[in-house]
Design a protein. Sequence first.
Length: 205
Amino acid sequence: MSGRDLSAGSGRSPTVETLGAFAVVFAAQSLVALLSEGLSYGLFALAPPVSARPWTLLVSVYAHDGVGHLLSNAVVLALVGFAVERVTTKWRFHAFFASAGMIAGLAQIAVSSAVTTGRAPAVLGASGAVFGLAGYLLAGNAVTDTVLRRLPIGARGRVGLLLVLAGGVTLLTAAPGVALVAHFTGFVVGVLAGRAHLLRTGGET
């Protein structure tokens, strides 16, 4: 994943913009929570049925359950976001981040609904989207391309190896209350997008 900074000259860094969105949404959450914690979760957290509050599918990606949750996602976003944004455009970055986060959130509540008796837990946070960027960074760079090409396992085997790695990375984040399905799904979305070089543009060198 080498190339010139395609987001330069088109305004502020999309990573910085995303961090700003985190801050704005968290401020809004905090203000609403002063009135009602339940209302705050109802407006910002993704929960089934999604059709009841469709805006939460997107808003939940940028919302967080506390300062610690916000800071942890912000730190990882800073570590991977600046690298990914160098090989794509601002709008592709934002579209991928939002899409990966929404897909991860939907996967989390779908699995939770299937295995949980009663109402599935609500989901919020950018972890799935951040894992998507991390998966893209891992799978879409030149070093990984070179290593995988040298392994005598074929194209499917290479993808399988990356998926196993996604599972391992996901398990490293295991903790009570952590949306592991969202983490895994986001990472897989990123890996598949990285192998397809989905974020590359014609202007990349």
